[in-house]
Write a protein that binds this ligand. Sequence first.
Ligand code: PMP
Length: 356
Amino acid sequence: MTDLPVRIRPEIAALPAYTQGKQAGAEAFKLSSNENPFAPLPSVVAAVQAAIAVNRYPDASSPRLRARLAERFGVGDDAVHIAAGSVSILFQLAQATSGPGDEILFSWRSFEAYPSLATVAGATAVTVANDAAGGHDLDAMAAAVTERTRMIIVCSPNNPTGPVVTQADFDAFLGRVPNDVLVILDEAYAEFVTDPDAVAGADVIAAGHANVVVLRTFSKAYGLAGLRVGYAVGDPRILAAARSTGIPLSVTAAAEEAALASLDAEEELLERVRTLAAHRDDLAARLRATGWDVPEAQGNFVWLPAGARALEVAAAFEEAGLIVRPFAGDGVRISIGEHEAIEPIVRVAASVAPRP
Ligand code: PMP
């Protein structure tokens, strides 16, 4: 190949593209992307089909969905921002707040997109190690804030390890962070949380912290991962800046209609979420009984701290038709999917459990 004449920013040339969880063949359970295993509700499918004027652009800022969400959070419509997945909003907020020389701080291990969004913004990712229980060490994070820190991401429940941040710890943390630093509370898995002490984004919004943005998604609890729709709630001026960095018109009409129809059918969808959370608790308990030190699991997934054996353990699951998500050198994340997958998961986990 001849040398590429076009200059790519060196940090981008070195940046691997986002890799999603492995796809599964027909025989396997796909438990690698924290998706919702339930088929979409007929009412949601009908709304999508009825919605689409394929030859017309969608309404740029999804005004009806914004209004619906604003009502539930008790904020103005301009305090809600919709995008093609909450991951888009993470990238937008990084662009809006941070550039070369600035720092974006988060706990690690956490969501794979965080290091990338810092690099894409030209900023520096600063990580603080998770605590021994797989959660955020908010004291260490507060201590890691410098005058260059522009954005902090708190992920509760933490993907991929599972624990939440408590409301008390989050409030104390906010008290230690200068209020010119944007704090993002990434609540992609909020609907699955059953721990009453967990931080609640809605309460954080109600308390009126001007530097906090809460992120939510329709991908997980509402089962719309394939349509791409997520949202942020926070100060309208911050969200306006995020919107300015966003790719125009990227939320489709189908996505907006599906989200609205999902809110209409919320009770039914949250019943499914309760079922998945119960399966999660059951699976976590059974995995612990096999000898795995599974951290508190509050999302729609569980974490096996396999360390150096992560790839080998994931391969054992795959051999049994269970597609899970390994993080090399660290652990294996298993999404809560079809109920029939629980027995085989426990069986494989027991066969590769750490020996005391
Ligand atoms: N935040 C976290 C913590 C996630 O795990 C994910 C999805 N894996 C997202 C955000 C992004 O979700 P989406 O873009 O589908 O809304």
